[in-house]
Design a protein around this ligand. Sequence first.
Ligand code: SAM
Length: 367
Amino acid sequence: MNVPEHIEALADMLTASGELTDPAWRAALHAVPRHRFVPPVAWANPYNAPGFRIDGGQRPHEWLSAAYADQPIITQLDDGATEIGGEGDYTSSLSAPGVVLEFLELLDPYEGDRVLEIGTGSGWTAALLAYRVGDENVTSVEIDPDLLARAAANLEGAGYSPRLVLGDGAEGWQEGAPYDRVHVTAGVSQVPYSWIEQTRPGGVIVFPWMPEFEPGHKVRLIVGDDGTATGRFVGGTRYMMLRNQRTPTAPTHEGPYRERSSVLDPRRILRSGYGADVAIAGCLPHVSMVFEPGPPFEGWLWTGDSGAHVVGPDVRQFGERDLWDELEAAFFRWVKWGQPERGRFGMTVTPDGQQVWLDSPDNPISL
Ligand SMILES: C[S@@+](CC[C@H](N)C(=O)[O-])C[C@H]1O[C@@H](n2cnc3c(N)ncnc32)[C@H](O)[C@@H]1O
């Protein structure tokens, strides 16, 4: 297959899956060939473990096919400290085309809109945006200088020239404000208020909300005329986190525990669906949670110096807070609310922080 045939096949696949509905984005896929943003050596299909190394020099057909498959391509490990092919944390990627398109359709920029992208990565999304709204209207912020240099070269090679900024995207980029749209392409647990301040009233902010409790959720906020932004959860997603919002590691604990048996079968936590996930994450802000389905089920919860460890039905808690008790309380709240699904929840961001709500912003949830 040649490149246009690859793009057409990909676009057909994404149309069939419902991730691509707007013909303007189909045209953008053709105008901004994804393979121009794939490095010669990268790691393809990583979430279908273990994925595989692609090498454009040695196996060009495989490399090109990977560029036009609906899969992420990892382009950096451990912030660049580990070579591609080694063991490491994924720290930059070309997200899967379906995920990129779903977010772009959610962003839905008008011609000439001023767009801020956070997380330039390879530059592919910035180029797609530049094709739609014009180079002069796109600003993209990347925290990693090597990645930004590579993105600049990719963009030049593909014939696009959005403004590229080296910096911490959590601060937005004040010099280019106000923006009509903000597109965050890294996981966010706490929404920085700078993004709301830098977006004009009526503007849209889309991002993957990755609370410290997996999995993630797509969020679309609209900025109000009162300095707040509000919107709903519109589906699931999974992203690598903003560097400064990566999940902290669990504290070690040497002292005594408070022990009991769980009231709730802990496996319910992983099997109750995304509505329960949002309810728990919304009721327990800043609490990190990791669960292994097992058997036996094993879970860790922690925040500050409090923690809980659960193996099967056995709960051990330490610190000021009884985090497993709190999680059970959040779960049973969700049950009492009628087990609402994810789409009934939303989020409001104000200068004081963010708040998850059920059905309406005037119904915030908490324990
Ligand atoms: C999933 S990749 C983005 C993919 C990119 N949009 C593309 O089209 O290739 C996430 C990117 O966010 C960057 N990033 C992480 N934390 C950041 C921060 N605080 N500010 C700006 N960029 C950040 C990472 O270095 C990484 O390149």
